[in-house]
Design a protein around this ligand. Sequence first.
Ligand code: FAD
Ligand code: NAI
Length: 466
Amino acid sequence: MSYDLVVIGTGPGGYVCAIRAAQLGLKTAVVEKRKTHGGTCLNVGCIPSKALLHASHMFEDARDHFAKLGIGINPPKLDLKQMQSFKQEGVDGNTKGVEFLLKKNKIDVFQGTARIAAAGQVEVTGEDGSNQLVQTKNIVIATGSDVARLPGIEIDEKTIVSSTGALELQSVPKRLVVIGAGVIGLELGSVWRRLGSEVTVVEYLDRILPGMDGDVAKNFQRILSKQGFQFKLGAKVTKAEKGAKGVTLTFEPAAGGNPEKIEADVVLVAIGRVPYTQGLGLDELGVQKDNRGRILTDAHFSTNVTGIYAIGDVIAGPMLAHKAEDEGVAVAEILAGKAGHVNYDVIPSVVYTFPEVASVGKTEEELKAAGIAYNVGKFPFTANGRAKVNHTTDGFVKVLADATTDKVLGVHIIGAEAGNLIHEAVIAMEFGGSSEDIARSCHAHPTLAEAVKEAALAVEKRAIHM
Ligand code: FAD
Ligand code: NAI
């Protein structure tokens, strides 16, 4: 067996890379150790979390908001078993979709764990212990990431869970304590809060969602607090003791001080993810990694060993499915002799809570740190007709534009549908557009997207509805 390309891992990075390579005429194979394709994203990440976010949002709407809309129903009853089946059906549909696409593109699939025996040689060990050696001109490592752990706090996926266990809970915990106010903590915290949990988030830093625009994070925290989230910021968890009735967590101020205790039925550890390179044989090959264990690559996704490339969560950059996908396409194009490229300045990021939080480009903090003069245009959803009529007025759109050229440098949105709205900004920025370009583009009425136009108008202080 000999290939032009063997991709290790069929997450969003790997399977998309393989499909693009096959489209470009490369003889391509993939190796996957999971029984299903789609990686973290489809199996235990993006897809199941969005299924539960959707279902729990519907439940909360029916329970708390339908009456106001004039829809009278008996209080809805939670059937968590059915909600979990709904989630699983979505996961199965998506993972089978990837299987179909691999077949359609005539990509050979090896099921098993890959180890790179040498450049050009991938050894695949099946579950039954069988070994195959696959020859290939090029190898793309797309092995993704794994849950980051807290020393001394053992994840059992029952009472102390990672995101994987938090997606599988079979009953609603009365008290859920989340360690880490990042994306996973707030998304999965939202799911269980909507279904009835009291949710407390313990975060090491003095803010939520590090890396997001500070103004956005502050406002979003206020919205979440109104929904019932409790926050312990600037707090360091030092101990977790399991007892008959759950877990006692001890935490203390990050800056030092008196410890406090908090009781939980379930603790979700969501303090980030780490690159996954276990068993690949990288050290023996001399493949270089950075000080965070991420595989080092050049601008063409090549490692320091000729013929071995890496993409996705296993290399530097945001750990996002669409970033992995775009890198997969780029490296396939490079291997086919084309000019594959990823524009890291324009990678959107979305938190799928309600309201959603979406952002692309630079934050105000980043612009200040870089000494770039900028103008701000901000427009609240309270002044948007569609948001008003829908009673979804939490949040705003903020456009940051270069003070001299008016080029859009960043857009940040809190609001219903923010994850869809952000793509207008993505396109504008990809084309090097200005806030005036957005402001002069006709936006249909009544839409939430009009708030993006108004925020762009507000850059020059000429919003109409404010
Ligand atoms: P992965 O998806 O991790 O895939 C790697 C694959 O490689 C796995 O299938 C693994 O089994 C396989 N593998 C590893 N080692 C070997 C080996 N030696 N041999 C064979 N196979 C191997 N991102 C978003 O953009 N949007 C979201 O909404 C979102 N939600 C998330 C929710 C949760 C709860 C989590 C945990 C993550 C979420 N992410 C989200 C992040 C997203 O899942 C990752 O960024 C994305 O999956 C990375 O893709 P990847 O292809 O690099 O790796
Ligand atoms: P994260 O990096 O988003 O957040 C982790 C949080 O934990 C940070 O706020 C950090 O300060 C805090 N923290 C770290 N150590 C701590 C400690 N000891 N005590 C208390 N707090 C601590 O990581 P998260 O939420 O685990 O998500 C992992 C990755 O998955 C993210 O990089 C994200 O990109 C991706 N993801 C993306 C989603 C999306 O795009 N909607 C959804 C879920 C995950």
